[in-house]
Design a protein around this ligand. Structure first.
Ligand SMILES: [Zn+2]
Length: 114
C-alpha cells in the first residue's frame, strides 16, 4: 500500500506501512489526551447522522472543535492532570440542530450552525 489510509475503526496506516491503532476515532468519553487527539482527528461531524460534534467540559460548558484545537495545550494539560479549571474536556457529543441554541463557551459560535 503506497498511500495513507484510515480504517473505520480508527486505525491508520501511513504511506510507509506504519500502523497506528486508534488514530482517528469518534470517542464519546474523553478520559485521556490520546482520546482527545484521536477524537479531533476523527473530524467535526458525527457518523452516522452528520451532526456537528462539540466538546463538553467538566463544568458543563461546551467548546467547538476549532477552539479545542486552538487551545489544545491548555486543554490537554487539564485533561492529563484532571484539573477542573474550565478547560477539562470530558466528552465529545453530537449536536442535534433541532434542540439546541447552545454556543461555544470560548468563541460564542452557535454549535448547531457548525
Ligand atoms: Zn469556539
Amino acid at each position: 500500500m503506497n498511500t495513507a489510509f484510515t480504517y473505520s475503526d480508527g486505525d491508520h496506516v501511513t504511506a510507509s506501512g506504519i500502523k497506528r491503532h486508534d488514530y482517528a476515532y469518534g470517542h464519546h468519553i474523553i478520559g485521556t489526551t490520546r482520546h482527545l487527539r484521536s477524537s479531533l482527528r476523527y473530524g467535526p461531524y458525527a457518523w452516522p447522522g452528520g451532526h456537528a460534534r462539540a466538546y463538553m467540559c467538566s463544568d458543563g460548558e461546551m467548546l467547538c472543535p476549532a477552539c479545542v484545537r486552538a487551545e489544545y495545550r491548555q486543554i490537554s494539560n487539564s485533561v492529563r492532570h484532571s484539573i477542573n479549571d474550565g478547560w477539562q474536556v470530558i466528552a465529545c457529543v453530537a449536536i442535534d440542530d433541532t434542540d439546541t441554541d447552545e454556543c461555544c463557551a470560548h468563541c460564542g459560535v452557535g454549535l448547531a450552525s457548525l
